[in-house]
Design a protein around this ligand. Sequence first.
Ligand code: NAD
Ligand code: LMR
Length: 357
Amino acid sequence: MVLFSPKQISASQRKGPQLRCAPAYTILMKSPITVSITGAAGQIGYAILFRIASGFVFGEDQPVNLRLIEIEPGLPALKGVVMELDDCAFPLLREVVATTDLDEGFMGANWALLIGSVPRKAGMERADLLGINGKIFTGQGQAIARSAAKDVRVLVVGNPCNTNALIAMNNAEGIPNDRFFAMTRLDENRAKSQLAAKAGVHCSDVTNLCIWGNHSATQYPDFTNAKIKGKPVTDFISDTAWFEGEFIKTVQQRGAAIIAARGASSAASAANAAMDTVKSLITPTPEGDWHSVAICSDGSYGIAKGIMASMPIRTKADGSWEIVQGVPVSEFSQSKIDATINELLEERDAVKDLIPG
Ligand code: NAD
Ligand code: LMR
């Protein structure tokens, strides 16, 4: 937030929304951005809305409009959520719209967070949700194309998120593919946390952790390129059997372990990972590092073009992103990447009826 003396404010600057806070100073505010969130009355919705409205994600000088989308049965709970947003009196929150109408919900959206969908129960794989959730993303993709802002970016969280994002992207005619993302950051955060615990360091010491492929039990958390305090992770952990066995399995099965323990799927950590993803996509990536998010493959690393696969991504100074090239892929890593990409191809084939010709 920038403080200016009134004398420093030009006529054109005065046109922007301003907050008067004291006679001598005016806080100059940016124009609001619009964030649309589906499933806003759900677990993840409840854990994310208030932090976005507080300025945690887009910054303390960035006003926000929230457009909250639910299905009819979710509306009474959403009404309560809106009452709570009111009761927070957030200085940055400008407008809140709660709706079941997709065009109204995505109107002018700069960011669309597609969370609303059914979570899995114990004993299910995420792909078992495709038949229930996949069709949600056709209408949402179409509505985003009709109604969102020209610069819209779309993050799909609802599972199975890679293939749901594929469906939304292919139904959003006219919106470039590079605006669509599916969330694998929760897996990255989980993997960093496991490595840090094993090495006896803080999780912020772990960098260069890439999740390859699908947000599923085939995902590959790539320990071979991970670093701790800037050095190869193997300088700190020499237990190959642990890396190739328990580590990978723990990360792949963490969602199921949380469902078994909580009786409900991860929510606060999922909301946190969604915010991490957005922040990483709007902030230049620290030199030499990368972050994980599923994007539309351009064929890099031999990954089939057009599927939504998680890879190492860097955000550039101009706000665009690129796939980090040249990350070494060992024979072991390649076999794991092949397995998760094959699963994504099978999921794509299973939803071909939802993807326009
Ligand atoms: P939840 O059941 O608590 O909430 C989902 C909300 O979505 C409900 O309020 C429901 O009414 C609403 N909804 C359902 N269909 C909708 C539609 N067509 N349009 C708008 N809203 C709709 O579930 P949750 O715990 O918030 O999880 C939401 C999704 O996120 C699930 O699919 C879950 O598996 C997934 N998830 C993904 C990750 C990830 O890492 N990618 C992590 C955690 C959860
Ligand atoms: C997770 O990874 O926690 C989510 O995808 C929820 C799930 O079904 O595991």
